[in-house]
Design a protein around this ligand. Sequence first.
Ligand SMILES: Nc1ncnc2c1ncn2[C@@H]1O[C@H](COP(=O)(O)OP(=O)(O)O)[C@@H](O)[C@H]1O
Ligand SMILES: [Mg+2]
Length: 589
Amino acid sequence: MAGRDSIMRKPRDAKGTLRRLLSYMGQFRLVIALVALMCIGSNLLALWGPNLAGSAINEAAAGVGKVNFERVRYYAVRMLICYGLSSVLTILIHVTMVNISKRIGNRMRQDVFDKLMRLPVGFFDRNQAGDIISRVSYDIDVISTSMSTDVVSILTSLVTVVGSVAMMISISLPLSAVALVTVPVSVIYATQMRKITQPRFVRRSKSYGTMNGFVEEMLSGQKTILAYAYEDAVDEQFSEVNGNAAQAYYDADSVGVTIGPTMGFINNITLSLIALLGSVLFMNGTIGLGSISSFVLYSRKFSGPINEIANIINELFSMLAASERVFHLLDQEEELTDREGAKTLDNVRGDVALSHVAFGYDPERTIIHDLSLRAPAGKLVAIVGPTGAGKTTIINLLMRFYDVDSGSITVDGNDVRDLTRTSLRSAYAMVLQDTWVFRGTIFDNIAYGKENATMEEVVAAAKAAHIHPFIMRLPQGYQTEISEDGGNISKGQKQLLTIARAMLYNSHMLILDEATSNVDTSTEREIQRAMRELMRGRTCFVIAHRLSTIQHADHILVVNQGDVVEQGTHDELIAAKGFYYKLYRAQFE
Ligand SMILES: Nc1ncnc2c1ncn2[C@@H]1O[C@H](COP(=O)(O)OP(=O)(O)O)[C@@H](O)[C@H]1O
Ligand SMILES: [Mg+2]
């Protein structure tokens, strides 16, 4: 819920952000100009109303006993027309602005999503999904809502303030002086209160974020909490977090709610002053009753925007802060484009070699120091080693999710940096430990790897992955829907589905990164056998924890702390009685 934190936070580069926002509005500039005109028109019409009311009252007061109803009705009808037209214009303005702002929000969302598709893997390793989601949904909502209301509010306030003051002065200079005397008081009060409330609102949104985070964490760890019998402790923690949030809300809102009534009171002081001076002027005969009444109406109109200004400024700040977060995401460096004149990898044989590769995710922390290995075409290469040894990192480099810091990786003799990423990646099929299934039928999930896959092909792949019998036991077979998180099938079954998907994908090389970790040993062996059948003549990289399943690999690389410490066939490695031997013994005793 990092999105919530953006509320009320001051933007860092307000000018630059505003300029970019305006560029988003640019394509609608004609419509916006029209809206501005309508806005001025609507407010001028509304401003004319009190004047007409005053005239009507003056008319009535002048002819006590013999009122000219004709004239009064004339003013009343005009008033109705003025207010009616003004309302129609206001409706038009709001509908147009909602339309424009939704379209701008829509385009921003599209831009952000397009961006996400072009960002390198490293970005997603570094950033929390929740934070990215809150930018796509919450922040863009804040921006578009604020656009649809605040632009109009500002213009309306401006026209109303200037117009009211002009009308007030035209009615009576001394009354205007009295009416305006409290304005500085209001403004000073509002800005002082903003200073008090601002930090309280920041604390309020933070505590809200903390509470949300707590609930999220609790939900995802619910089973663990039950297993450790931590319910009461967690409940207690929540009650503290919840209490803090309630207190923060109280602190902010209890001050917040005092502002309105206080401002109202200040306005009413003005009103009583106007009443006082007005009656004196009336008795002098310098002003008519109607004029006093219009004056009162204008002074009311005038004070509205003054009271609102603090709110509008707050909202603008939140909008700018939200925009900044969205633009920050849009400014992330994209995955580098392919090198000039990059070749397309075709007629893949699958001869892969790493030569003196060094790599670290952070420049300060090298993970792989000096790695050399060769995977000849068509061979099955197993990579083994303890957790954290750097096995997945090697795969990341093979797929070019990251580039090496020094040394080189070649496929069929081509440095991977001279190849287009798309052609390199599509030469591999990859199955990871973290399976990815999507909402759709089992058929769709397996067929994902191949356009226009037929039922026969899908079934053949499912059979090879040993998932066919399970699918057939499902009520709707291959047409069974998988829920979004795949909650209705087990982890192991999900792995088998993704293996079937990879088997169907017509690639020249295959990568299995602990892809069978949730599958029983005998099924794992069967799958490996089927895979070799299917991948005959193709290069396979298999990372597996259970050494029993990779004994028949053509070549085994033993990795520890980012370096290949041993390599050879199973028999050679056992005979060497080294690190592999120790790992192997540990699993069988
Ligand atoms: N995205 C990443 N950013 C920074 N460090 C990482 C990242 N992924 C892995 N590491 C670190 O690299 C080392 C090797 O990790 P990994 O290749 O995933 O190991 P293995 O797959 O052998 O268990 C670990 O120390 C891990 O902390
Ligand atoms: Mg790993």
